[in-house]
Design a protein. Structure first.
Length: 260
């Protein structure tokens, strides 16, 4: 680690004339060292005091830079042990043109999949659930919330809502919601999905084992039967460091653009 540390500090000295705040310069130097492979997953950083002494900056500056990198998922802090380069997450590439369940998608990649149930029950519907699922106030909604785990790494929190007439016994679901819907002829055939950036709150961050406030993906999906009826309303939080969503785009020709 000493050679890598020397290179971090050398980079910091080279950028000292940039005019940027010192903590940003230090943060960039450490992040560059990680990205270039000078320090790898699990490697320990020098102590806060050692960094401050060697870089000739205050410990407050070091602490701010390190906290930024911890919040960004670049570093992890272990109480009583120090600060380390975070494990590198194997990113999952998911197509936006295919409707599959998490279980099916991860199993197809050869990953060991499991779920931790967060909620399974029947409830009075919220206004959003009533509007999307077409429910009246005296009907019940089935809510299924799961922490989705692949290769022992928590990747997503899925919170699905369905009419209780479709899923009268949420507690009876096995490992796959779509497999359960298939048995009753209610598996969706298409969906509209909206993806947006989100900063993870404390509760979701704890479940996903990432720092609170780190960037994630909020995905809202409305799924339909072949008849056009809405069957499922799902709101999920995905780890931002674990997923790449990919869409194939085609260039529309002049004859398809509806030009006058």
């Amino acid at each position: 680690m000493s050679d890598a540390a020397d290179q971090i500090f050398a980079t910091l000295r080279q950028s000292s004339q940039s005019g940027a705040p010192l903590y940003l310069q230090l943060r960039k130097s450490i992040e560059d060292a990680v990205n270039r492979g000078l320090i790898g997953p699990g490697d320990a950083l020098p102590s806060e005091r050692d960094i401050a002494t060697k870089a000739d900056i205050s410990r407050v500056t070091v602490r701010k830079a390190v906290q930024d990198l911890v919040k960004g998922g670049i570093l992890v802090q272990r109480h009583g042990s120090g600060t380390f380069v975070a494990p590198r997450m194997e990113r999952v590439e998911q197509s936006l043109s295919r409707l599959t369940s998490f279980t099916e998608d991860m199993a197809r990649r050869g990953m060991a999949v499991r779920s931790a149930w967060l909620d399974r029950g029947l409830y009075a519907p919220s206004p959003d659930e009533m509007m999307v699922l077409g429910l009246s106030s005296n009907e019940l909604v089935a809510r299924v919330a799961r922490l989705r785990i692949a290769n022992d790494t928590p990747l997503a929190i899925e919170r699905a809502s369905l009419s209780a007439s479709v899923l009268p016994d949420p507690a009876g679901i096995g490992s796959s919601l779509y497999a359960a819907l298939q048995l009753t002829g209610n598996r969706p055939v298409r969906a509209v999905q909206r993806i947006s950036a989100a900063n993870l709150g404390d509760a979701d961050a704890r479940l996903l084992e990432v720092p609170s406030g780190i960037a994630g993906l909020h995905i809202e999906r409305i799924s339909y039967l072949a008849s056009g009826k809405v069957i499922e309303f799902t709101r999920s939080i995905y780890r931002g460091d674990a997923y790449d969503f990919v869409a194939e785009l085609r260039l529309t020709g002049p004859s398809e653009e509806g030009r006058p």
